[in-house]
Design a protein around this ligand. Structure first.
Ligand SMILES: [Zn+2]
Length: 137
């Protein structure tokens, strides 16, 4: 019996990592997007007024309110999707020698590098850890 089936699972391709960069400068200016929204609201409002018996005094405020709710929802989702800032350059890290103890469970950790000489304490058991003096240098 020949077992000539090669089962090679090459997983080199397709691992680019998080390559999505948030573009701060939007190519479409604010006023252009506002005009686009207003044109869209006017077009849908006109279509609804012409095709249904709903009065314009009901359709137009409802369309404006709907667009506002959509925009606020999009803004909130955009805030949630914003990735954290990139890690600092290795050259900007300072060597520190700080020991922290968890006031709840007593766990101790040593911090050896930080972005400044007085870094924020790490958290453990949902609490900020306490800075303890080094026992020996
Ligand atoms: Zn703890």
């Amino acid at each position: 019996m020949d077992q000539a089936t090669d089962e090679i699972h090459d997983e080199d391709a397709g691992h680019d990592g998080p390559g999505d960069r948030p573009s701060k400068a939007s190519p479409v200016p604010f006023w252009a997007r506002l005009v686009l929204w207003l044109v869209g609201i006017a077009a849908v409002s006109a279509a609804l007024i012409l095709t249904t018996s709903v009065p314009a005094g009901t359709v137009i405020p409802a369309m404006i309110l709907g667009a506002l709710i959509l925009r606020v929802g999009y803004f909130v989702l955009q805030q949630l999707a914003t990735p954290p800032p990139p890690p600092p350059d290795p050259g900007t890290l300072r060597k520190v020698r700080l020991t922290y103890r968890c006031s709840v469970c007593g766990t101790e950790v040593r911090m050896t590098a930080a972005t400044n000489e007085d870094p924020e304490p790490p958290r453990h058991c949902m609490e900020d850890m306490d800075l303890v003096a080094p026992l020996y240098e």
